[in-house]
Ligand binder design. Structure first.
Ligand SMILES: [Zn+2]
Length: 326
């Protein structure tokens, strides 16, 4: 009896579509772009084939391609000309991502712009905040006001969503307050609150040129072995006023995505990180795996409960959708 029902449901392609539980559409995708402040750079990231660092002056062309493919959202990461111990480039009114945002809004106002709010791409030591000279650790309380300044300058530049990737204690509530006080009550916060200490971030550091020069970021990222800790992070970020929650990485953390989906009513974003991209990209390029695994991975994230996916595969996926692949 059950077997017959199973067969009936799969009889035609139309029926299969109708009963399909999970779909990946272009509107689910957020495409990360590495923007270089220096002129005339379009350089492939060695550890991420198919992903480029693009100069501000060449960004319009990149956005034209993104727009033509039907990608609706982007997140910019900045590569400034100069870095310093205080990460001043992060909160400069004409910093690289602020300018990237203005340019995007000018030419493609309909593309949603998310800006990553952290200092690590702008500090010469590569850490996410100011360093206490005695302990060589990031000083939480000194860093928070700079994160607020960064978020406000990004909102002023026209960002649609602020995405703090910093994990300082109290970062969401401080940024929320800073945005509210400066007339940006309507700008949502997409928190990276559930961020595991992962080796899958390796290629990103290459792409964003942000490898820490000493120590690591493990003190403010979560242990991959912990699941309940994610629940505590989720609860504290929600209490602080975050509007959307990122889980990072994605593929080895599908259980965490499902937990967040089941235990909150905010949109959940899976960050399909650089190492996950490079691993799959390499296997597909070498002919070891069919390209369809890319879509299968996206489906797995949505099935786990993700509403959106930040992925370097966004362009490939749009092409696949255009070619009728599901
Ligand atoms: Zn950071």
């Amino acid at each position: 009896m059950n077997f017959d029902r199973h067969r009936r449901m799969r009889r035609t392609a139309y029926m299969r579509d109708m009963v399909r539980e999970t779909k990946v559409g272009k509107e689910d995708l957020i495409y990360p772009i590495f923007v270089v402040e220096a002129d005339d750079v379009r350089k492939e990231v060695p550890s991420m084939k198919g992903v480029f660092q693009v100069s501000l002056n060449l960004l319009e062309k990149e956005l034209a391609e993104v727009n033509d493919l039907g990608i609706k959202s982007v997140i910019f990461f900045g590569i400034p000309n100069e870095k310093d111990p205080e990460g001043t480039g992060a909160y400069h009114d004409h910093g690289v991502v602020q300018e990237a945002c203005r340019l995007s809004k000018k030419h493609y106002p309909e593309i949603l712009v998310i800006l990553d709010t952290c200092l690590c791409e702008y500090t010469d030591h590569g850490h996410c905040g100011l360093i206490d000279s005695k302990t060589q650790d990031v000083d939480n309380d000194l860093t928070l006001p700079l994160l607020v300044r960064t978020a406000v300058s990004q909102a002023k530049a026209g960002a649609d969503i602020i995405a703090p990737s910093n994990m300082m204690d109290g970062f969401v509530s401080e940024i929320r307050k800073g945005l509210d006080d400066n007339g940006f009550r309507h700008i949502p916060i997409m928190s990276y609150g559930i961020k595991y200490s992962s080796k899958f971030y390796g290629p990103f550091r290459d792409a964003a040129e942000s490898t820490p020069s000493f120590g690591d970021r493990r003190t403010y990222q979560m242990d991959p072995a912990n699941r309940l800790e994610a629940q505590r992070e989720l609860e504290s970020d929600l209490a602080e006023g975050c509007d959307m929650m990122i889980v990072k990485p994605a593929l080895s953390y599908l259980d965490i995505i499902r937990d967040v989906r089941n235990n909150s009513n905010v949109p959940v974003i899976a960050y399909n990180v650089s190492g996950e991209y490079s691993m799959t990209r390499t296997a597909v390029d070498m002919g070891l795996l069919d390209e369809a695994v890319i879509m299968e991975q996206m489906v797995s994230m949505k099935r786990a409960g993700a509403d959106m996916i930040i992925t370097y595969f966004a362009k490939d996926i749009c092409r696949m959708i255009d070619e009728g692949m599901e």
